[in-house]
Design a protein around this ligand. Structure first.
Ligand code: AP5
Length: 213
């Protein structure tokens, strides 16, 4: 499959993407995960991105497009990909459209995950993420907790709260989403690619996406 997952922070993009990769081996490409790995490794990209991310602001479009041009041409994308958290602005969506045309890649569709704001706020403050960059399993202390000692059920590493999970950063991320990312719903509707799913239950959403493929 070749799809984009669109949705507010905490809508469940990462959770749904991980479940979908088990379906047909398509690769999950999360710009957030790539950026967090760059921050951890202390690369030039990571140093430039960290301040934006910690505040809950978007990283500049130019940096994201450079990163994604390289990523989308890596061999593992040939069997399919799930774009999680990209594109995030109209300029990114326009640049992606040109890039996909250049690479002769056709998207199946764009999945818009719709979740009520109160559910999102609750999910983001209760999320835990595996600290192992090769695992990054997502947990929720209410709906899907890690082991009682806080370690990951999959790889045994410690789970952590992300640096952008302060209340201030979460509110800024939601506002940034409304201002800069929500307009993509209209963009992809016009392109005839948009499919909206009420996504309160991730397993049901995954089944609905599979059916639509
Ligand atoms: P990114 O990592 O993409 O963060 P985000 O969009 O804010 O999305 P999240 O990862 O917070 O949420 P999610 O929708 O994946 O939800 P999840 O599945 O984890 O980006 C981080 C930062 O990087 C950005 O702020 C920006 O600075 C930068 N960045 C990234 N991409 C960029 C781009 N393209 N351009 C510019 N800057 C960019 O679920 C959340 C919680 O809910 C979890 O605890 C989960 O267990 C729980 N949950 C999920 N589904 C359910 C369910 N059905 N029932 C109960 N609990 C559930």
């Amino acid at each position: 499959m070749k799809i984009i997952l669109l949705g507010a922070p905490g809508a469940g993009k990462g959770t749904v993407a991980k479940l979908l990769t088990d379906y047909d081996g398509s690769v999950q490409i999360s710009t957030g995960d790539i950026l967090r790995a760059a921050v951890k490794e202390g690369t030039d990209l990571g140093r430039e991105a960290k301040g934006y991310m910690d505040r809950g602001d978007l990283v500049p479009d130019g940096l994201i497009m450079q990163m994604m041009e390289v990523r989308l041409q890596q061999p593992d994308c040939e069997k399919g990909f799930i774009l999680d958290g990209f594109p995030r602005t109209i300029p990114q969506a326009e640049a992606l459209k040109s890039l996909l045309e250049k690479l002769h890649i056709r998207l199946d569709f764009v999945v818009n995950l719709e979740v009520p704001r109160d559910v999102i706020l609750d999910r983001l403050t209760t999320r835990r993420t595996c600290s192992n960059p090769d695992c990054q399993e997502i947990y929720n202390i209410k709906s899907n907790p890690p082991l009682p000692d806080g370690t990951c059920k999959k790889c045994g590493s410690m789970t952590i709260q992300r640096d952008d999970e302060t209340e201030e950063a979460i509110l800024n991320r939601l506002e940034t989403y409304n201002l800069k990312t929500a307009p993509l719903i209209g963009f992809y509707e016009k392109e005839g690619l948009l499919k909206t799913f009420a996504s309160v239950n991730s397993a049901e959403t995954v089944e609905a996406v599979k059916k639509a493929l």
